[in-house]
Design a protein around this ligand. Structure first.
Ligand code: GLU
Length: 281
């Protein structure tokens, strides 16, 4: 099978060194494997995505010497595909509408008898709206996955193959773990065709991605995404979650306000080789 990987930035800000590392690593591996490197623009969140940022991302990647082997896939061009995936889960009775605000969830989850668990989608949902049916869904509702019902439909769960240093190995998906530490995740928010997790799973399958290469902060998300892929009958990619690029004080660059945009290094006279050195490539 031809190695196919992708870089999938959200156009909600400039590329910083952490993005450059991710993109260069994925690109170098695709080239070394004589495989395919794809660029996807994860602009499902239309409230935050900006065309200016997309243009800047394309400029920065090109300056870094990165080329992609197919036209850019933009999530906003594929909304019916996410909707179809969501509808198929709804038709199987695996979803329900939820009208809880973040605050409702925080309060319900931190009730003394509960104790909040955090998963890849934030606080594990305490289940307040679980008894509602899709027929009751209103325009202001989010759509959630009923995890208990979803795991019950799977006879066997696969193992997730991880090749990154921090979690290297096969991680067998477990029903109890999915219910306790992932829970009833949001599949669509009001005004958004699909959640980040659902759209990524649909996209990676649609783009025939064999290898997902991205930052270690998304390892927990991979457990959820691998389960969604299984539920939707999509093949599982191999995952490689790489180390995060941190500043001298050990703080994640993505979390810093000044986040050191690639553009600012370029303006200061840095070369693409300098950037490679700075990220340890
Ligand atoms: N769009 C996501 C981000 O910028 C990454 C998605 C992925 O690599 O799976 O954080």
């Amino acid at each position: 099978m031809t190695f196919r990987t992708r870089f999938a930035p959200s156009p909600t800000g400039p590329l910083h060194l952490g993005h450059a590392y991710s993109a260069l690593l994925a690109h170098d591996r695709a080239r070394a494997a004589e495989g395919i490197f794809l660029l996807r623009i994860d602009d499902i969140d239309q409230g935050r995505a900006r065309p200016e940022w997309e243009a800047q991302i394309v400029t920065d990647l090109s300056w870094l010497g990165i080329t992609w082997d197919a036209p850019i896939r933009r999530q906003s061009d594929h909304l019916p595909e996410y909707r179809a995936a969501l509808d198929s889960l709804a038709a199987r009775g695996l979803t329900y509408p939820c009208r809880c605000s973040r605050r409702d969830i925080r309060e319900a989850a931190s009730a003394p008898q509960e104790g909040a668990t955090h998963g890849p989608d934030g606080i594990v949902y305490p289940g307040t709206c679980r008894g509602r049916t899709m027929a009751e869904a209103g325009p202001g509702d989010a759509i959630r996955l009923d995890m208990a019902k979803a795991v019950a439909t799977c006879a066997d769960l696969p193992g997730l193959i991880e090749t990154g240093a921090a979690h290297r190995g096969t991680h067998q998906l477990e029903k109890s773990q999915l219910m306790q530490t992932v829970g009833d995740v949001v599949l669509a928010r009001p005004g958004m065709a699909a959640s980040y997790h659902l759209s990524v799973v649909v996209d990676d399958a649609a783009q025939h991605v064999t290898d997902v290469i991205r930052g270690e902060d998304l390892f927990e998300a991979a457990i959820l995404q691998a389960f969604l892929a299984t539920l939707l009958g999509r093949p599982l990619p191999t995952y490689h979650h790489h180390r995060l690029i941190r500043d001298e004080a050990g703080k994640r660059l993505a979390k810093r306000d000044d986040a050191r945009a690639i553009q600012s290094f370029r303006d200061a006279g840095a070369t693409p080789e300098d950037i490679r050195r700075m990220v340890g490539l």
